[in-house]
Design a protein around this ligand. Structure first.
Ligand SMILES: C[S@@+](CC[C@H](N)C(=O)[O-])C[C@H]1O[C@@H](n2cnc3c(N)ncnc32)[C@H](O)[C@@H]1O
Length: 278
């Protein structure tokens, strides 16, 4: 079979798999959680909440057009597939990512002060970044991604919705745009960490982008049992897949990057959410 034929087959297979997991596993787990029939596995302590107004929008007032990288990193081929799938991505992934987004937002809400600056460092087609920008119009949301196709697609969707509290950057998590340094109150990273070729560089990059006491939230597959189950499938069907990590591995990464606190919870079966404070 040619590579193209394999890709044509794997895309729908991945979408079906994600849909099935959401309906057969997430849905009953949410009911069981609501009825308090089980308590999600957790470790660490949630960061303390600091009530402070953010510094307000700045990059979104200066950069109305997408900003692209001048030099493309060597590992760009890992995201090349994302360039072409941007328009199809949302319909394939939303049934799976929707419940994860909702849990991440619940955990994040106490830290969402007014006029804060939020970075979505791997925004994909922009679904979550746009929702955040719409839900918190006085905040600024910077949608970044290494894939130029994803950045363009997100910018055009936000343009259609006339969102003015957003800006769009092509940026590598391991080597973030210098404008991001010490700029953000929150980094919201969903279903992307397993694509990063250098996890240490990514976490250190996140730390540099956060203001003191800023909060990093990462939602990604996590517990060991799921990582083992998913590995073979992810190796062949997830474009640019590198590795899933456990809560303990995320903790080690965050501690090595000098985050001051760390919390992790298996919020839905197979999915961990990490929350760390700069
Ligand atoms: C599976 S998609 C997730 C998109 C979206 N966050 C979601 O939850 O549906 C992973 C995204 O990570 C991006 N990505 C991969 N490596 C990256 C890197 N080194 N820097 C920034 N973004 C990267 C890809 O281009 C892709 O858009």
């Amino acid at each position: 079979m040619s590579n193209e034929a394999i890709a044509r087959f794997l895309g729908p297979l991945m979408a079906a798999h994600l849909y099935w997991w959401s309906e057969a596993i997430f849905r009953p787990a949410k009911v069981s959680r609501k009825l308090k029939l089980h308590r999600p596995l957790a470790m660490g302590t949630l960061p303390r909440v600091k009530k402070r107004e953010g510094l307000g929008p700045s990059l979104s007032t200066m950069y109305r057009e997408p900003v692209y990288l001048r030099e493309i990193p060597e590992h760009y081929p890992l995201v090349e597939d994302f360039d072409s799938i941007a328009p199809l991505y949302e319909s394939a992934v939303l049934p799976f990512s929707g419940p994860i987004f909702s849990d991440m937002l619940t955990l994040l809400k106490p830290y969402l002060n007014t006029r804060i600056r939020i970075l979505d460092p791997s925004c994909g087609p922009g679904t979550e970044a746009i929702k955040l920008a719409q839900t918190f119009p006085e905040c600024e949301v910077i949608a970044a991604d290494l894939s130029r196709g994803m950045v363009d697609y997100t910018a055009s969707r936000a343009g259609d919705l006339s969102l003015t509290n957003m800006a769009f950057f092509q940026s590598d998590v391991g080597d973030p745009n210098p404008l991001f340094e010490n700029y953000f109150d929150v980094i919201f990273c969903e279903l992307s960490f397993h694509h990063y070729p250098d996890a240490e560089a990514a976490i250190k990059g996140f730390k540099r982008c956060l203001r003191p006491d800023g909060v990093l939230i990462i939602g990604d597959p996590g517990p060991e049992w799921f990582n083992r189950l998913a590995k073979r499938f992810s190796d062949i069907a997830d474009p640019g897949f590198i590795k899933h990590r456990t809560g303990a591995e995320f903790q080690t990464l965050c501690e090595a990057a000098s985050f001051s606190s760390f919390f992790w919870v298996e919020s839905l079966p197979g999915i961990g959410i990490s929350v760390a404070q700069a």
